[in-house]
Design a protein around this ligand. Structure first.
Ligand SMILES: Cc1ncc(COP(=O)(O)O)c(C=O)c1O
Length: 418
């Protein structure tokens, strides 16, 4: 049997589970909001969801908002990040982790990742601290909590704030404690592909009443909880979540634990079976991570175990076999044109000064994972063990026949050369 890319029969032709998932309960919850007429941010569904989501993470305060990007901005504003303040961020994450810093006129300082976890390296954080550093934003990348033991110790000893970007890590546990409890404040996204979703949406969690009040006021035009509609005490805007979003999210939250368990069982099977395939490696498990919801699995690819076939060639072959694996970010965040000198600073105030020359920055582990990383997304693990077996079979097939693919690639290249 030949590779599907070369005309053979694919390992798999049936689709994987799709995302988002919903059933009658989301439909009924939405209809209930339509009928009760309380559609906006003052809907009791919003309060209900905030309370439930915060309680699920054992945190007293939850302030919902329109998406995970503004959740980060709100969190940074509540901490008083202002022009010229440095905020340390990993360079392997979604743009919002760094752009939220710029939106507050702060200076993102990129640090390298720990290659075993893809989370920000505590050693790199320590080395990046300057007198202008105000905060650290660890991202619990792919659902795996960052090393919160080390990061909390650094933040405490250097007087820095921590904003946990938990956009990938709903319900993840570090030493038995949910993410969202380690920093001063934490943010989550409910964007369409996140572990629970309302299409768009976000929330800030905090143990601090003061920060909670600031976040709530900022998201609600500077109003106070007991004040009137036309009473505005501080500068704010309208970032309120709607009753529709909250109604859907409450139903999604009720399903999260079960889905996490299904993913965990399937990922455990994948881990075991991957041992038989040389050149495809999953990040090491950390015993301090007591629950990993597996938002995004990153496989590291070694072309030498595939007759020199490069990562993108492998991915094309794997996709043709019916496995929708993807390449990781094309490059670390700092190589986006946003960070080119001509596009900065983000304000006209002369306090803003880049700490790093973003254009020449080179963080080796961040660069490496963009080159050899492969993503398997969470929905692939919401089905049965047969789905995992198909992923493994397809990887094995491409490996066994990589020589054929390589010969075709070389032939095409030679033809193009003439
Ligand atoms: C790590 C991370 N932070 C923040 C965000 C921003 O969330 P949103 O898309 O809801 O604005 C995302 C992604 O979508 C993300 O992946």
């Amino acid at each position: 049997m030949d590779l599907a890319l070369l005309g053979g029969t694919p390992v798999r032709s049936e689709p994987f589970p799709t995302w988002p998932q919903h059933n009658k309960s989301e439909e009924e919850a939405l209809i209930a909001v339509v009928r009760n007429g309380s559609w906006g941010g003052y809907s009791k569904k919003v309060k209900e969801f905030e309370t439930a989501f915060a309680a699920f993470h054992h945190v007293p305060y939850g302030i919902s908002c329109v998406n995970g990007t503004v959740a980060l901005e709100v969190a940074l504003r509540s901490l008083g990040i202002r022009c010229g303040d440095e905020v340390i961020v990993p360079a392997i994450t979604f743009i919002a982790t760094a752009s939220s810093v710029l939106l507050c006129h702060g200076v993102p300082v990129f640090v390298d990742i720990d290659p075993a976890t893809l989370n920000m390296s505590p050693e790199a954080v320590r080395a990046a601290i300057t007198p202008r550093t105000k905060a650290i934003i660890p991202v619990h990348f792919g659902g795996q909590p960052a090393d919160m033991d080390a990061l909390v110790e650094i933040a405490k000893s250097r007087g820095l704030a921590i904003v946990e970007d938990a956009s990938h890590a709903h319900g993840a546990l570090w030493r038995g404690t949910p993410v969202g409890n380690f920093g001063d404040i934490a943010t989550f996204s409910f964007q369409a592909f996140k572990l629970i979703t309302s299409g768009e949406g976000g929330i800030v969690l905090t143990r601090s009443e003061t920060l909670a009040d600031k976040c709530r006021a900022y998201c609600n035009h500077g109003r106070s909880v007991s004040g009137g509609w036309f009473e505005h005490f501080t500068l704010g805007t309208n970032y309120r979540m709607t009753g529709f979003q909250a109604a859907v999210l409450s139903e999604q939250l009720a399903r999260l634990q079960t889905q996490t368990q299904i993913r965990q069982a399937n990922v455990a099977r994948l881990r075991k079976q991957l041992a038989s395939i040389e050149g495809l490696r999953l990040d090491a498990e950390d015993p301090r991570v007591t629950s990993q919801p597996n938002y995004l699995l990153t496989l590291r690819y070694d072309p030498s175990a595939f007759n020199g076939l490069n990562r993108d060639g492998f991915l094309s072959a794997l996709q043709a076999e019916g496995i929708p694996a993807k390449a990781t970010y094309p490059y670390p965040l700092y190589r986006n044109p946003l960070f080119y000198r001509k596009n900065l600073p983000p304000c006209s105030c002369d306090k803003w000064e880049a700490t790093q020359d973003y254009e020449s920055l080179y963080l080796p582990e961040c660069e490496r994972v963009c080159h050899d990383g492969i993503w398997l997304e969470q929905n692939l693990f919401l089905g049965t063990s047969k789905d995992v077996d198909d992923i493994i079979e397809a990887c094995g097939k491409v490996q066994a026949m990589s020589q054929n693919l390589l010969a075709v690639q070389q032939h095409i290249k030679a033809k193009e050369g003439h």
